[in-house]
Write a protein that binds this ligand. Structure first.
Ligand SMILES: NC(=O)c1ccc[n+]([C@@H]2O[C@H](COP(=O)([O-])OP(=O)(O)OC[C@H]3O[C@@H](n4cnc5c(N)ncnc54)[C@H](O)[C@@H]3O)[C@@H](O)[C@H]2O)c1
Length: 453
């Protein structure tokens, strides 16, 4: 199909007017990046304080490069912020839904915010509209939304456009995507044309968009995250085997990852996967399949392995100190679920802190960006320090959970002097090469032979 034809061709050279509902990690990046490509964007959120802060160019999340970009786009007039969804939808052709879809107690995705926003959009639309599902939603949601808004006064087509950005590198991922997955129904030509137009600046090579039906787009998003999570869980299981049999999981990773059919990514053993996406998406895929009478056993096992693996820190500490951890002072470096973000949702640091507090340990944490969020969650039950070295003062053990750049080459002589007991547990295997065992540390990692390092 030609992207623009007939009367549309006149419009093809004007900016697309769109709104993004939900101004979190995905919505704010989506809105800002679309504005940077020349489109006119209104970002909407129900959180009035967030919108007020954004109007003052205060970015509620940490995402490298985002603050400058928001300032620039807002100053250009292409990016505005509001809590008023009814006003925002009045003047737009596309409305992206980017609200959260957190897990319910049985692992399904909670779609209440998605449905509420879709209903509101249908109610307040003053002309034909395309709703775009940017939030991660289980297969069948697009159809449910289309049904929900069936009585709307105007023609509303619902497209599915799952987001694949990674926190910490979100702008680059959005502006230079590997692929843009778009699901539209046969006959929804307006949706297809508008999606083609809005993504045109990111698709100049004409190779990025993968068109499919909405159900396929919905499954694609969950399949991608589950496959990545599966690789991590498999390596974490192999790490346990490696420790037992004298193998080194790092060597195994390089050995298998150099096979181009396998590739090197997402094969690092560590403290278990976390974040706002993998844990909830794996569980939601299992749950939606179950609803259809299908057991996705690999996906289910991926989640179980991850949950079990989370206790590895305490298991290792007990190996070091014996069963009694009461009163041990433990320094934690890295609280965000990965470097480059302040996001702590499902971060391995949370379960680690809970385990340690349960054992009666005193926990002192440091993170370049995530301490505010951890403070909100744990209050005064753990101590947080601004300088990473203050965390190791009189510590019985140092545990590294997130491989921020500033932890990659620390001053180990200084650490040795400050610690009470020189036990180092490297949850990311980033210090293996430093031979800390030879420098008087009791060093251990994940899936490596501690007596050789
Ligand atoms: N964070 C990621 O890395 C990532 C990547 C890809 C996809 N996703 C998916 O994108 C979606 C959003 O994720 P996020 O991390 O940006 O979430 P988030 O929690 O950071 O942001 C969601 C925002 O939606 C707002 N909101 C909730 N209900 C609303 C309503 N009724 N009206 C207006 N605003 C409302 C909240 O106030 C919040 O600001 C989720 O489905 C997630 O799975 C996230």
């Amino acid at each position: 199909m030609a992207p623009f034809g007939g009367a549309e061709s006149v419009l093809a050279f004007s900016a697309v007017k769109l709104c993004v509902i939900g101004t979190g990690y995905v919505g704010l990046v989506t809105g800002t990046c679309f504005a940077a490509t020349g489109q006119r964007v209104v970002c909407v959120d129900k959180d009035a304080s967030k919108i007020e802060r954004l109007k003052r160019f205060e970015i509620p999340i940490f995402e490298p490069g985002l603050e400058e970009m928001v300032k620039e786009q807002a100053a250009s007039g292409r990016l505005t912020f509001t809590t008023d969804l009814a006003a925002a939808v009045r003047d737009v052709d596309l409305a992206f839904i980017a609200v959260g879809t957190p897990p319910t107690h049985d692992g399904e995705a909670d779609l209440s915010a998605v449905f509420a926003v879709a209903q509101s959009l249908a109610e307040h639309a003053t002309h034909d509209l395309v709703i775009v599902m940017k939030s991660t939603v289980p297969v069948g949601t697009n159809a449910q939304v289309q049904k929900l808004i069936a009585g709307a006064k105007h023609d509303i087509q619902v497209a599915s456009n799952p987001e694949f950005l990674k926190e910490g590198g979100a702008i680059n991922d959005f502006m230079y995507p590997d692929r843009i997955v778009i699901g539209v129904r046969p006959g929804h030509d307006r949706a297809r044309r508008l999606m083609d137009r809005v993504y045109h600046p990111l698709n100049l090579s004409n190779t990025k968009i993968v068109w499919m039906n909405p159900e396929s787009a919905e499954v694609t998003k969950y399949a991608a995250n589950t496959m990545l999570a599966m690789r991590i869980s498999f390596m974490n299981e192999l790490a346990v085997l490696c420790e037992e049999v004298g193998a080194d999981v790092q060597s195994v990773r390089m050995g298998v990852g150099s096979d181009p059919r396998i590739g090197p990514q997402f094969l690092h053993a560590g403290p278990g996967y976390g974040g706002s996406c993998f844990p909830k998406d794996v569980k939601a895929l299992v749950a939606v399949a179950r609803r259809h009478g299908i057991e996705l056993e690999l996906a289910d096992a991926t989640n179980r392995v991850n949950v079990r693996h989370r206790s590895f820190v305490v298991r290792k500490l007990k190996k070091q100190f014996g069963a009694e951890l009461q009163g041990k002072r433990v320094a934690l470096w890295g609280l965000a679920f990965k470097p480059g973000t302040d996001d702590i949702r499902e971060s391995p640091s949370i379960t680690t802190i809970e385990f340690l507090l349960n054992e009666g340990c005193e926990v002192v944490g440091h993170d370049p960006e995530a301490m505010g969020n951890i403070k909100e969650m744990f209050g005064d039950s753990i101590k947080l320090v601004d300088d990473a070295y203050d965390a190791v003062v009189d510590a019985d053990a140092l545990i590294l959970l997130t491989e921020w750049r500033e932890y990659q080459y620390p001053e180990f002589e200084r650490i040795a002097e400050l610690m009470r007991t020189r036990v180092v547990l490297d949850g990311r295997n980033i210090w293996v090469a430093y031979k800390l065992g030879e420098q008087g540390f009791d060093y251990d990692g994940v899936g490596i032979q501690s007596d050789t390092v």
